[in-house]
Each structure stands twice: as C-alpha cells, then as structure tokens.
Ligand binder design. Structure first.
Ligand SMILES: CC(=O)N[C@H]1[C@@H](OP(=O)(O)OP(=O)(O)OC[C@H]2O[C@@H](n3ccc(=O)[nH]c3=O)[C@H](O)[C@@H]2O)O[C@H](CO)[C@@H](O)[C@@H]1O
Ligand SMILES: C=C(OP(=O)(O)O)C(=O)O
Length: 425
C-alpha cells in the first residue's frame, strides 16, 4: 500500500484547479443509463470511485469510453441488471444502480455498498422510497434486490432525514416512473441540483430541486445529452483550508463559491482574508487565527465532509474551539491520529474540544477519505516529517493530489510500502 511522505511546507503559493465533483459525477454516470442514446460527460474526475462505477456499468453491457476528463456512455447495449458485487462493495455510489435499473428494466440487484466507515450508513430511506413507487425490495446475505412486476408509479415520500443518497436514488427511479412523485424533506446539496439539471435536459420533469420538496414527473423517453459536472466543493474547501493554514498566496480556481458559503463565513470569522471572484478564491494565512465553533449539518449547513480538515485549522487558533458532528455518528477517527501529531483534542460524544497546539510530524494512518485529507493538511504545517499510511482512502476523493499540492510548493511525495521507495515527485 502506498504512503504519503510530507515535510513541513509553510509557504504554499500559486494556483490550483479544482476537478469535477466526485459526488455529482457518480450519480450522473449512473443516470447516463436512463436515456435511449449516448451521453457525453465532461469534467469527470479521475478517481477510483469513478473508475469502479464506470467498470460496473461496462460489466452490465453499456459501452464506456473514458479519456482525459470526459466520458461517453452508451446504454443501448445494456443486457444485465446486476452490479458486479466485488466492484459495488468498493464504493458508496454503486447503489445508484438500483434506482436507475429499477426505472429502466423494472429490476436491479447489487451488493451492499462500500464507502467511508463514518457511521452505520443504513439504506432504509432508499428502500422506503422505492416501495412508495410500487417496488418490492429484499436484502439477503449482503445483496439488495429491487423489482416491480407492473412498472413504477409515482408516489409521495417523506424522508425522515434529508439523505443525499436516498433523495438521488428516488429521483433516478421516479424520473421514468408513470406519474408524479413528491419527495418531502429532500436533501438540497448542489450535487443533487447538478443531477436534476442533467435529468431535466434529458427530458425528465423536475421542480423544486434545491428546496426540501422535489416534484418529479416521470417520462417514457429520455435523450442522451452532453453535460459538464460542477466543481467539487469539498476538494475546493480542502485547498482553501490549506491556503488558510500555510498559504502565502494561493488561488483556488474553478470554484463555485456559492456552494461554500458556510466554510467561507467561518474562515472570515477566524480572521482569514479571502478574495472571491468569478473564477475562484484567493487565500493566505493570516497572522492570527481566532477560534470558532463549528457544527455540521445537511446543506446549506457546514458540510460534514469538511469537518476533519477544518479541525486541523482550528488547532492553530489562539484559543479553544468546539466542533460538533451531527450527520455521522462515527466521524472523528482523525482525532487520535492528529493527537499523535501533537494536537490536543478531547472527544465528548459527538463534540470535540480543540485546544491550540503546535503539530509535529509522525507516522499516522488515514482512517477514511476526509480524515486522510486532514492528516495531509496537518503534515504541511507539522514540524518535521509526516508519513501517512492507507492513502488509497484519500485517492477516492482527490484527483492528482500529489501534483496539485506539489504545484503549490508543498513537499509531498508518494512512497511505496516498507522500503519507502519514492514513486512520484
Ligand atoms: C457518495 C456521496 O454523495 N457521499 C456523500 C453523501 O453520503 P450519503 O448519501 O451516504 O449520506 P446521507 O445524506 O444519505 O446520510 C446522512 C445521514 O442519513 C442517515 N441515513 C441515510 C440513508 C438512509 O437510508 N437512512 C439513514 O438513516 C445516515 O446514516 C446519515 O446519518 O452525503 C453525505 C452527507 O453530506 C456525505 O458525507 C457523503 O460524502
Ligand atoms: C464520505 C464520503 O464519501 P462516500 O459517501 O463515498 O463514502 C466523502 O466523500 O467524504
């Protein structure tokens, strides 16, 4: 397994371009199986999750061409409704095959999905939505199966929690169901809006996306279209935090700053100066960082996917801060690793008290994607050398991370296993 070796890099400068959003690209790749002609998707990030999902749809018979950041998917040759179980268990978003194939073929099957271990991650709300559209569901020995004998019909669904995945899966299924579907207490994340725009241009009738009531009018036919994925707000936020931690002058390019309001507001409260323009955000480390408290919420609240990275910045504040995680019950696995690096963070249930501290290099392990990104940020400001193990987690969400950080002057290398042999500059 590869590791990242990082040396203290206190003066990052230059430009870094943000890639297309992983959490928009994945449902959109699945949705490209809905029309009756090919789709061309642009700004597809080169990430393992994307490659695995592309492989899943290919194994189901679709034709996929993937070059640079663009992917063409032709669903006309689909001849299977089952996602490869081994591939499907590697990523969370494989469960979007359920909504899509249920809509298209009236039947779908996949293994329970993978993704970060940050809580129990049930899929009851997805299944409740499918049932409301007239589907039967079964979960047996780690396999999820959904089917309908007479086709899907629109229905009304109230989500107990505004789940991103459930909102997406129900939208996918409802877009080709007969009649109208209403999702109440729907999630409002920008990735859902991107998917809805894609479905709408293909022919679906969708209203209210970006609010908590989404109405979908199913259609019989959809046409393949070209679509460009929105920039990844979590990748952007991670590089903006890197600039606030260790930047002399960092410009984070290809950012939709309206998707990052809760982060940018917190950074300003901390004393970070940000210059926003149409193409991105300029950021540098301020002389002093004020402490702030942060609580994660579904969008438009502070994103749970930036909680770990923000915690690293808070270790550098003048006084103590409290971070409260409300979305996932087990998303503090970075705390032990940061404490190994000299941080002083105490956990109490779903809150963390972060005391000011100087970080020092250490050997740490990335427990999941964003926790890994947080350790990488910590390595950039820690005194000495940091070695991060299990970096495949980080690669699930950050395209060309070594090249991007090195391009800003960050001293980071990929090394291979025990011999610590350098593989990438
Ligand atoms: C691939 C993808 O887009 N992943 C994102 C997506 O995950 P994901 O779609 O899995 O997250 P959800 O919004 O579904 O989960 C949020 C909360 O709802 C609960 N829940 C969810 C579904 C369900 O059927 N039952 C249920 O109880 C979960 O346990 C969790 O506590 O949104 C999360 C919240 O912003 C992000 O952290 C992930 O990066
Ligand atoms: C938790 C995440 O991803 P996934 O849902 O794919 O595990 C994430 O992107 O931070």
């Amino acid at each position: 397994m590869d590791k990242f070796h990082i040396e203290q890099s206190p003066s990052l400068s230059g430009r870094v371009r943000i890639s297309g959003a992983k959490n928009a690209a994945l449902p959109i790749i699945a949705a490209a199986l809905l029309p009756d002609s090919p789709c061309r998707l642009k700004e597809i990030p080169a990430l393992n999750d994307v490659k695995n999902l592309a492989r899943i749809v290919e194994c189901m018979g679709a034709e996929v061409e993937y070059e640079e950041s663009s992917m063409t998917i032709d669903p006309r040759t689909l001849d299977c409704f089952e996602a490869d179980p081994e591939l499907a268990s590697q990523l969370r978003a494989s469960y979007y095959i359920l909504g899509v194939m249920l809509a298209r073929e009236g039947r779908a099957c996949t293994s329970l999905p993978g993704g970060c271990r940050i809580g129990s991650r049930p899929i009851d709300l997805h299944l409740k939505g499918f049932k409301a559209l007239g589907a039967e569901v079964s979960i047996e020995e780690g396999c999820v199966e959904v089917w309908t004998e007479n086709g899907l019909t629109g229905g009304d669904i109230y989500l107990d929690y505004p789940s991103v995945g459930a909102t997406i899966n129900i939208m996918l299924a409802a877009s080709r169901a007969e009649g109208k579907t209403t999702i109440e207490n729907a999630a409002r994340e920008p990735e859902i809006v991107d998917l809805a725009n894609f479905l709408t241009v293909m022919g679906a009738g969708i209203k209210g996306v970006g609010t908590d009531v989404i109405r979908i009018e199913g259609v019989d036919e959809m046409q393949g279209v070209e679509h460009e994925i929105i920039p990844d707000r979590i990748e952007a936020g991670t590089y903006i935090i890197a600039g606030a931690l260790a930047g002399e002058d960092v410009f984070v390019e290809n950012v939709l700053d309206e998707h990052l309001k809760p982060l940018l507001a917190k950074l300003r409260e901390m004393g970070v100066e940000l210059e926003q323009d149409i193409s991105g955000v300029r950021v540098a480390r301020p002389k002093k960082l004020r402490s702030v408290d942060v609580k994660t919420f579904p969008y438009p609240g502070f994103p749970t996917d930036l909680q770990a990275q923000m915690m690293v910045l808070l270790t550098q504040a003048e006084s103590s801060s409290v971070v409260t995680e409300t979305v996932w019950e087990d998303r503090f696995s970075h705390v032990d690793e940061l404490n190994k690096m000299g941080a002083s963070i105490q956990l109490d249930d779903n809150s963390a008290l972060i005391n000011p501290s100087s970080l020092k290099g250490a050997e740490v392990t990335a427990p999941d994607l964003r926790a890994g990104a947080a350790l990488m940020l910590a390595g950039l400001i820690a005194d000495g050398e940091t070695m991060i193990d299990e970096v495949d987690h980080i690669r699930r969400g950050y395209e060309n991370i070594i090249e991007k950080i090195s391009g800003l002057g960050g001293r980071i290398k990929q090394v291979r296993d025990r011999k610590n042999q350098v593989t990438t500059a």
